[in-house]
Write a protein that binds this ligand. Structure first.
Ligand SMILES: [Zn+2]
Length: 332
C-alpha cells in the first residue's frame, strides 16, 4: 500500500533530507510481507540513492545538490566500532527501515557518517548500480570479505538472490580462482556466470554438499557465502566449507540454530551479520563510476513507486530477482 505521509524535515543538526532518485524492494522486505512478523502500515524500504535537498547546521561532508548513496544503517562513522569497519553496529546507529525509504523523500540521520557523495551527477544508466551499492552489493561484498574470498581461493555461494549473485561478483573482483554458485533457476545461473561464476550446482542440501566436495577433491571450498538465512542454507554453507575455511553469512537469520557438535567438528570460521555496507561504499562507488562492475544488472523489474505492491508480489513469486522503484517526482 502506498500512502501520502508528512514531508520529512531536518530534526537533528546532523540530519540531511534527500529526494530519492530510486529505491527498491529487498529480499528481507518479503519476510514481513509474507507475514513473518505482525505489521500494520509499517513504513518500508532501506535502500536509497538521491539528491540532498537540505542539511542540518552540523553537516559538513555533503551539501545540497550532491548525489548520495547511503546504507541501511545510519552510522556516525567516528565511534570505535565504526572505525574498526563495523558501521552496521555503530553505537549511534539508526535502522533506516524504521524511517522507510520506499518514498519520495527521506530524512537521513548522521548524514556525515552515513552518506557518500558521488564525484558528480551520475548518468542515468549508473543509477541502478549505485542503488545496488546501498545494500545488496555492499552486503554481498561483505559476505565475500567475511568468507575471506581472494586470490587462489575456491568460493562457493549459497543463495541465488540479488545478494548471492553480487557475492559472486565480489568474489570475482577480490580475485577468487574458482566460484561455485548454487542455483536452480536458469535466469539466475546466467547472471551468476556473467558476474564470474565458474561452476553451477543445482542440487541443494546433502546432495549439493556432495557435489561441491566432488568439485574440490573432497575438501570443500575455502570460502562459503550464506545469503539465504534458513536452517538448510546455513548447514549447507558450514558443511561445504573445508576445515580452516571461512563462512560469511549475511542471510537474515530465521530460526537458524547451529548444533554445537557440528560446529565443533567443522573447524570453520563463522563471520557475518548485518553488513557494514558503509565501510565499502567509497570503493564500490568508484568501481561503478569507472564502469568496472555493473551490479545494477540484478534489477529485472522497474515500477513507479505507486505500484510497489505489484513489485512485492513479483519478488514473492520469484518472477523478479529485484525490483527497482522510481519515486513520484521522477515520473512527472
Ligand atoms: Zn559509530
Amino acid at each position: 500500500m502506498v500512502e501520502d505521509r508528512d514531508e520529512p524535515t531536518i530534526i537533528e543538526p546532523t540530519d540531511a533530507v534527500i529526494r530519492l532518485t530510486a529505491t527498491c524492494i529487498c529480499g528481507s522486505d518479503l519476510w514481513p510481507y509474507r507475514g513473518a512478523y505482525d505489521v500494520d502500515r509499517q513504513v518500508m524500504g532501506h535502500e536509497y540513492v538521491g539528491v540532498v535537498e537540505a542539511i542540518g547546521s552540523e553537516v559538513a561532508t555533503v551539501k545540497v545538490g550532491d548525489f548520495v548513496v547511503g546504507s541501511f544503517f545510519a552510522s556516525d562513522n567516528t565511534c570505535e566500532i565504526c572505525r574498526a569497519g563495523y558501521q552496521s553496529h555503530c553505537v549511534h546507529r539508526v535502522l533506516m527501515g524504521l524511517i522507510g525509504t520506499q518514498s519520495d523523500r527521506a530524512r537521513i540521520p548522521l548524514a556525515d557518517g552515513t552518506l557518500v557523495a558521488t564525484p558528480a551527477q551520475p548518468d542515468a544508466d549508473l543509477i541502478p548500480s549505485l542503488l545496488a551499492a546501498s545494500d545488496v552489493l555492499g552486503t554481498g561484498w561483505f559476505a565475500a570479505v567475511a568468507a575471506e574470498a581472494g586470490p587462489g581461493k575456491t568460493v562457493a555461494v549459497v543463495g541465488d538472490g540479488a545478494v548471492g549473485l553480487l557475492a559472486v561478483l565480489a568474489a570475482k573482483q577480490l580475485g577468487a580462482q574458482r566460484i561455485i554458485a548454487f542455483s536452480r533457476h536458469a535466469d539466475r545461473q546466467k547472471l551468476a556466470r556473467e558476474f564470474g561464476a565458474t561452476d553451477i550446482i543445482e542440487e541443494r542440501g546433502d546432495d549439493g554438499v556432495a557435489k561441491l566436495k566432488d568439485l574440490t577433491n573432497g575438501l570443500g571450498a575455502h570460502s562459503v557465502v550464506e545469503a539465504v538465512g534458513t536452517q538448510e542454507a546455513m548447514m549447507q554453507a558450514i558443511r561445504a566449507t573445508r576445515p580452516g575455511g571461512h563462512v560469511g553469512f549475511v542471510g537474515v537469520s530465521h530460526d537458524v540454530s547451529i548444533p554445537g557438535d557440528l560446529l565443533f567438528g567443522s573447524g570453520v570460521h563463522l563471520h557475518g551479520g548485518p553488513a557494514p555496507v558503509r565501510r565499502f561504499l567509497p570503493e564500490l562507488i568508484e568501481l561503478i563510476w569507472d564502469r568496472t562492475i555493473e551490479p545494477g544488472k540484478v534489477f529485472d523489474l522497474t515500477l513507479p513507486i505507486e505500484r510497489a505492491a505489484e513489485g512485492y508480489r513479483a519478488m514473492d513469486e520469484r518472477r523478479a530477482i529485484k525490483v527497482l522503484l522510481t519515486p513520484t517526482d521522477n515520473n512527472d
